[in-house]
Design a protein around this ligand. Structure first.
Ligand SMILES: NC(=O)c1ccc[n+]([C@@H]2O[C@H](COP(=O)([O-])OP(=O)(O)OC[C@H]3O[C@@H](n4cnc5c(N)ncnc54)[C@H](OP(=O)(O)O)[C@@H]3O)[C@@H](O)[C@H]2O)c1
Length: 360
């Protein structure tokens, strides 16, 4: 079942679930505005214009499925839920469904709760243990497993191997975020963003700073009752901006490392990252979690966002960084915000948790 199936992230779930070898699309939910129509009708605006943002055409088998109001949906006959609704709606809906089945969410509603991990494939597999704590505390038969904010994804993904190889002291990041990251409604008006850069995205910087520390933190405690995440004690400072790009968040990252970080070793650490995840042969896992380009004019959103079907973070412009401290590295990354940064990233997490035995 997909919640928010008509939205930008929800459409990506519908597209990715079409032909998925393990999961199939059973039920589509949205707000009461869309309920009672077929999915094909609900994707069209009042003038009949198709509002489809996931590339190509909507999967034909989805078009006749009825759209149900999420607040009236049940989990009868459903094994898992993918949620792509705004945080306010997620707060109400996700616990209702998690009482019986796993809920994989793109929303921020539960990311900061102490018994909820923020799962990023390849980075913090051990944090999934917190799901048992959550189930015990909340009496859920299912669970809520949110992914990170789309801007956090590329940052935490690239910092993980750098931290593992060289230690990390502080991080400064400026993002140039695509308009699809703001969703379909209200979204970002073309009149505001074309020929422009908007230097503020409310709440975004705090989310990225907090989530990065939580994702890279340690999951402590032996028993389910005692388990908790101790955030990484590294200063993370962000400036998040919106630019006139359709899909793909670009980020300029500056890190101070604890030990010297020669560029060839940084590159090797980035390129080899994720071997444990790749070995699982999960359907949504790309051949590379991180790609590195030596072309000084890359990564570019138009050229690089679909690398690995939008699941690979592309890093370029690797250079030494010395302004923050004696050792460090700086680079530019690009991560697809609605694919690895939202729906397909959540799907990959679901595949991993299935293999790891968190649900059947
Ligand atoms: N866009 C991204 O790149 C991205 C990346 C990562 C995470 N996210 C997160 O994903 C979530 C969805 O974002 P989006 O960009 O896809 O937004 P969006 O394009 O505005 O879509 C919102 C979806 O939620 C539905 N909805 C709205 N109110 C609802 C309610 N009360 N009950 C049930 N459904 C409701 C809408 O249905 P109607 O069509 O019926 O209005 C629509 O399907 C947000 O939490 C966002 O932070 C988005």
């Amino acid at each position: 079942m997909v919640l928010g199936a008509t939205g930008v992230a929800g459409q990506q779930f519908v597209a990715a679930l079409s032909g998925h070898p393990w999961f199939s699309l059973a039920r589509l939910c949205a707000s009461e505005r869309s309920a009672g129509r077929s999915y094909g009708q609900a994707l069209r605006d009042e003038r009949g214009s198709l509002r489809w943002y996931a590339g190509g055409e909507p999967p034909p088998e989805s078009l006749d499925l009825p759209v149900i109001a999420a607040k009236e949906a049940t989990t009868d006959g459903i094994d898992l839920v993918f949620s792509a609704v705004e945080s306010d709606a997620a707060k109400e809906l996700e616990p209702k469904f998690a009482a019986s089945v796993p809920v994989f969410s793109t929303a921020s509603a539960f990311r900061y709760e102490p018994d909820v991990p923020i799962l990023l494939p390849g980075v913090n597999r051990d944090h999934a243990k917190l799901i048992r704590t959550q189930q015990q505390r909340r009496g859920f038969a299912g669970f809520i497993a949110p992914g990170p904010n789309c801007t956090t994804v590329g940052l935490a993904m690239t910092l993980a191997p750098i931290r593992a190889a060289f230690g990390l002291r502080r991080v400064v990041m400026t993002s140039l975020q695509a308009v699809s990251g703001a969703g379909r409604s209200p979204g970002v008006a073309a009149l505001d963003v074309i020929d422009n850069i908007i230097p503020y995205i409310p709440g975004e910087e705090e989310k990225v700073e907090r989530e990065t520390r939580k994702i890279l933190g340690d999951c402590l405690g032996e028993s389910d009752a005692a388990r908790a995440i101790s955030p990484l004690s590294v200063a993370v400072s962000c400036t998040c901006t919106r630019v006139a790009v359709l899909d793909g968040h670009t980020e300029a990252v500056f890190c101070e490392t604890e030990r010297p970080a020669p560029l060839d070793e940084v590159k090797a650490a980035l390129l080899s990252f994720g071997s444990e995840l790749r070995a699982l042969n999960l359907p949504s896992c790309p051949a590379q979690l991180i790609a590195v380009t030596d072309d000084p004019f890359r990564p570019q959103p138009r050229l690089d966002r679909d690398h690995g079907q939008g699941m690979t973070t592309v890093v370029g412009r690797l250079r030494p960084e010395q302004a923050l401290g004696p050792h460090g590295v700086k680079y530019v990354l690009l991560s697809h915000n609605t694919k690895m940064g939202a729906a397909q990233g959540a799907l990959l997490t679901a595949e991993q948790l299935l293999v790891d035995g968190y649900f059947r």
